[in-house]
Design a protein around this ligand. Structure first.
Ligand code: 0RQ
Length: 503
């Protein structure tokens, strides 16, 4: 009980099985967790058991599940496998949950991560019945020390009718103080400016507040966060990273980026992003900052080497090795990392003010620069938009990075028209594949199309794309952005019919 320093909370300590009795069929349950960090460890398995038993007794027990972003793979899978979730929001990345959503057996609402807290406050998701939040400890005064992710936990603790806490003593004590929890957000017309003018600025407090009367159970755990999978960068990721780094050099020479520090970086999750960040030490930068969503392994190395002075995010997303590095050196990293609520880490106002360099992954882009990040063949959800829109729309330079082909070369990630749009041509400024980089800033649609095809498309697909563009352009009245509407999805239709976009 050493981590629970308030007697009021100590009296509420119980088992996970007892705690989940407070969760009922039809409840909206908001849980902590962002990427692999900070997901409750024991309540969800106990809840799955409860749902299983209720089913055995003929009760149709489902919950609506709200989170920060994706939560641990086990959590997503356990609940999806038993059809325990009626509605899921806002981001997932696990195969079973994805299948249930695409089979129409789980409702899924895919929204910008910075919008989640405000939409819940605005009441779009009804009452939040129970919040289940992992914390590192409870102070004497009854405030909560956050764990390895912040996500929407502040909002969940504020809005939920009942709160269940998991106090996880695995979270290093030394993390205390790394968090910046801002209590000044309000709904319009009462909003005030966020006083963040650099990645390291702190505007809040280090702990969460909670009304102790709402806390119905406290469960003690000692469980490590699950690790984020990460493989060594492959040749394609390294090539993409190389083009991005050359682009930074070019922008510095052109006087559009500061030489030593560039501008604050945001990088999506995954191997390409990790390779880009990992390659930054090549550039001799010394005072880089990051204002991003997650901290991946490469960031720890950049901080240790002195290339990155400060990184702001809402969560850690570390591999096994990264977790070991972080937990063994928390005292050092605490001075170089700030973890904030996701409504602040992804806040459009701050992203615009700081001038973020936004780098996100995509499934496909069309020749004009519209980007599909979420729907395979226009219909099947992959993960969700996550924070990509928060950063892209408001960034100083907004980049999308992807291999030029997928599925062994059968799919081109450059297509005539995307069948689902997450980021419009107005938001996309730079597209990068292993083939090269297309800088679309200042270009009209026809020029954009040529740059995207010549610089980014795989050589196998370039003739098909040029042929499409030429014939679209040759039509009488081809317009500002030429298309052959009857053929715009021909790449996708061919893939659905034959398994390949190639002719
Ligand atoms: O499939 O896993 O079955 O092999 O998509 O593709 O190339 O490994 O790229 O891991 O960077 O993911 C858009 C999904 C890219 C990601 C997306 C298939 C491909 C593979 C993964 P397999 P890669 P990545 C802030 C930023 C939205 C959220 C976001 C994403 C799998 O970047 O979810 O940006 N973005 N958040 O084979 C069909 C195509 C395809 C394709 C790739 N055109 N058609 N399948 N694949 N291109 C962080 C957060 O918000 C947490």
């Amino acid at each position: 009980m050493a981590r629970i320093r308030s007697s009021v909370f100590r009296e509420k300590v119980t088992t996970a099985d007892e705690a989940v009795r407070h969760i009922h069929a039809g409840d909206t349950v908001a849980i902590s967790g962002f990427a692999s960090a900070g997901t409750p460890k024991v309540i969800i398995p106990a809840l799955a058991e409860r749902i299983h038993h209720a089913r055995g007794a003929g009760v149709n027990f489902t919950i609506n599940l709200l989170t920060g972003a994706s939560v641990s793979t086990e959590t997503e899978r356990t609940l999806a496998e038993i059809d325990g979730i009626a509605l899921r929001m806002p981001y997932q990345s696990e195969a079973t949950a994805r299948r249930k959503i695409n089979e129409g057996r789980m409702d899924y609402v895919d929204i910008h991560l910075s919008h989640v807290a405000q939409q819940v406050w605005e009441g779009y998701y009804g009452t939040v019945d129970v919040a289940v939040v992992e914390v590192a400890g409870v102070t004497e005064a009854g405030e909560l020390i956050p764990s390895a992710s912040v996500g929407n936990n502040k909002t969940w603790l504020d809005v939920a009718k009942k709160v269940i806490l998991e106090v996880n003593s695995w979270v290093p004590d030394a993390m205390t103080g790394i968090h910046d929890i801002y209590y000044g957000t309000a709904l319009p017309p009462n909003r005030t400016p966020l006083e963040i003018t650099s990645a390291a600025d702190r505007i809040g407090q280090t702990t969460f507040r909670v009304d102790p009367d709402k806390v119905v159970a406290v469960v003690e755990t000692n469980c490590p966060d699950s690790a984020s999978p990460l493989t060594e960068p492959d040749a394609v990721s390294i090539a993409i990273a190389g083009h991005v780094l050359d682009f930074f050099d070019h922008e510095v020479k052109a006087g559009r980026l500061p030489a030593d520090s560039l501008l604050p970086l945001q990088a999506g999750i995954g191997n390409v992003a990790n390779a880009v960040l990992g390659g930054l030490d090549r550039g001799g930068y010394r005072d880089l900052t990051c204002y991003s969503e997650v901290i991946q392994d490469s960031m720890l190395r950049l901080i240790k080497d002195g290339a990155v002075a400060h990184a702001s995010a809402t969560s850690l997303a570390l591999s096994e090795k990264g977790l070991e590095e972080f937990t063994s050196n928390v005292d050092f990293y605490r001075n170089h990392i700030t973890l904030r609520p996701q409504e602040i880490s992804n806040h459009p106002e701050v992203v615009r003010r700081l001038g973020i360099i936004a780098m996100n992954g995509m499934l496909e882009a069309d020749i004009y620069g519209n980007v599909n990040s979420t729907h395979v063949m226009g219909t099947k959800i992959m993960n969700g938009i996550g924070g990509s829109g928060d950063f892209t729309r408001n960034g100083y330079v907004s980049m999308f990075l992807s291999p030029s082909t997928a599925r062994g070369g059968a799919i081109s990630s450059i297509v005539p028209m995307v069948p689902h749009v997450d980021h419009t041509e107005h938001d996309t400024q730079v597209i990068v594949t292993e083939q090269g980089l297309a800088d679309l800033r200042g270009l009209s649609p026809r020029r954009r199309a040529r740059a995207v095809i010549d610089n980014c498309a795989h050589p196998e697909f370039r003739p098909l794309l040029h042929d499409y563009l030429a014939r679209a352009d040759a039509q009488p009245g081809a317009g500002h952005t030429p298309h052959l509407l009857g053929e715009a999805f021909s790449f996708h239709q061919r893939h659905l019919a034959t398994g390949s976009m190639q002719r």
